[in-house]
Design a protein around this ligand. Structure first.
Ligand code: AMP
Length: 281
């Protein structure tokens, strides 16, 4: 596997690969890799001629400076993992090369970003859209791989690709979990053992909501999720939503609805985590 740090070098490499007729699969990440990332990389390696992973902790998508500063960075370990999953190139740029100037660009995704993560993390999806657009220009993939763990992000990236006519396919894969049900996340590395146990309660809350979805009103389910998470020390719920899987808008009445996403964000100790499950009704 080749490690490329410079934007100009990845551009040249990609141009040569495309001239050779290679199909490029791309997995953008912020590093501190885990099985959730590795699943996407294995899928890319099996579905494309060449796989490129990027590791870039993108400053413009963090609305909390501590979250950015404390985001786990484990590049040496990541390189070893990438070698085991058929990744051909790691693109790991520095911020100054990606952002030669502070972008003035402002994306708007309408109602897709006025809910959940968009509502609670102002500017987050603008930063995501800018960096994903840049990475797509640098890497020029035929396919780009994303996890359902970040459901709103995948929806917004699909809108970005469609809205700006990027010539690529967005592929998404299900959330990979620990045995406890806790969704894998790089931020889990910041949890103590005790907090990690408590964080598994987020998945239990989603399962509780799922089990009552067709027998209780949505408002009661919201109260139950909130009450359950309240019983867990160090866990503070930020939001829980029953959302339409396509529009991401809150659903209050399930009559006639076929599939919903149950989505939540919570702080566990100092670490903010998100999770969701899809439910067919
Ligand atoms: P990140 O490094 O957190 O920006 O994530 C990079 C990609 O991996 C994103 O498309 C995420 O949705 C995806 N991802 C992160 N965690 C998981 C997981 N537990 N299961 C599946 N995909 C994941």
């Amino acid at each position: 596997m080749e490690v490329i740090k410079q934007v100009s070098t990845i551009r040249e490499k990609v141009q040569a690969l495309r001239c050779d007729g290679k199909r490029i699969g791309f997995v953008p990440t912020m590093g501190a890799l885990h099985e959730g990332h590795l699943q996407l990389l294995r899928a890319s390696a099996s579905e494309n001629d060449v796989t490129i992973c990027s590791i870039f902790v993108n400053p413009t998508q963090f609305n909390n400076p501590d979250d950015y500063k404390l985001y786990p960075r484990t590049i040496e370990q990541d390189i070893e993992l990438l070698k085991t999953v058929g990744c051909d190139y790691l693109f790991a740029p520095v911020a100054e090369d990606v952002y030669q100037q502070q972008p003035l660009l402002q994306f708007s995704f309408g109602s897709l970003e006025t809910v959940m993560e968009g509502a609670h993390r102002p500017g987050h999806f603008n930063g995501v859209a800018i960096v994903v657009s840049k990475l797509f220009h640098f890497v020029q993939p035929h396919r780009a791989y994303f996890g359902q763990k970040d459901l709103q992000q995948v929806t917004i990236v699909k809108q970005l690709v469609q809205g700006l006519s990027f010539d690529l396919e967005v592929v998404s894969y299900p959330t990979i979990r620990e045995e406890s049900g806790l969704a894998m996340s790089s931020r889990n590395k910041r949890l103590t053992d005790k907090q990690r146990q408590l964080a598994a309660g987020l998945y239990r809350a989603l399962q509780l909501a799922k089990s009552h979805l067709t027998i209780k009103p949505v408002s009661t389910i919201k109260e139950e999720v909130s009450a359950y998470l309240n019983t867990l020390d160090q866990v503070e719920l930020e939001y829980f939503e029953v959302a339409d899987v396509n529009t991401l808008q809150p659903v209050d009445d399930l009559t006639g609805v076929q599939e919903v996403a149950l989505c939540l964000a919570a702080n566990v100790g100092p670490v903010r985590l998100i999770d969701n499950i899809l439910v067919n009704l």
